[in-house]
Design a protein around this ligand. Structure first.
Ligand SMILES: [Zn+2]
Length: 193
């Protein structure tokens, strides 16, 4: 059995405010007992994270899960490609004309000539470059963070909260967390490694 994660991504946080917002949410999660203050080796993809706190169960729907669980929360600050971990991106939608460009064929294999410029956008974000390409349909330039990936396959952003191997997060909890992000729009990514 692999590891699974749920990541709440703040898609509106600027690089300037990401650190402060991360600290605010961390304080709230600790004071409400969702996670513990003392960082431990409880997450993947980062050195340390916050293990579940005494009231962690209030954040999740534990039915069907063996509780307690032990893995924790990793907070990511800074330019990041958040993704769902498996498979290929299927399609991407332009924020200007709402046209969806299909990146894969009917056998779910990537069409490389279509995918290539979008691959550059994602790679660029990972490496610190803002690569602006034109929408294939309306030809207007699109900022890297503005593309809407089908099933939120990618989210290019500056702040994310990844819960490793937690039971499904309650929608109410996700809303509460977003409220501590200045009511920013958030995306919940779920995936397996
Ligand atoms: Zn367009």
């Amino acid at each position: 059995m692999g590891d699974w994660f749920q990541t709440i991504v703040d898609v509106q946080a600027t690089p300037q405010e990401a650190e402060t917002l991360a600290a605010d949410v961390r304080s709230w999660l600790i004071s409400s007992g969702i996670v513990s203050a003392e960082p431990t080796h409880c997450v993947l993809g980062a050195d340390v994270g916050h293990p579940p706190g005494p009231r962690a169960e209030t954040a999740v729907d534990p039915s069907g899960w063996s509780v307690p669980w032990h893995d924790g929360l990793a907070i990511t600050v800074g330019r990041t490609v958040f993704d769902a971990g498996q498979g290929d991106p299927m399609a991407v939608t332009c924020p200007h004309c709402s046209t969806t460009t299909h990146l894969a064929d009917e056998r779910f294999e990537l069409k490389y000539e279509v995918w290539e410029p979008f691959r550059e956008v994602v790679r660029g974000w990972d490496e610190g470059d803002d690569i602006v390409i034109a929408c294939p349909a309306c030809t207007q330039p699109v900022e890297p963070t503005s593309w809407r990936w089908t099933d939120d396959y990618f989210v290019l952003a500056y702040l994310g909260f990844t819960f490793w191997n937690w039971p499904p997060l309650r929608p109410q909890f996700v809303d509460d967390l977003a409220r501590h992000l200045a009511d920013h729009r958030t995306v919940l990514l779920e995936g397996k490694l």
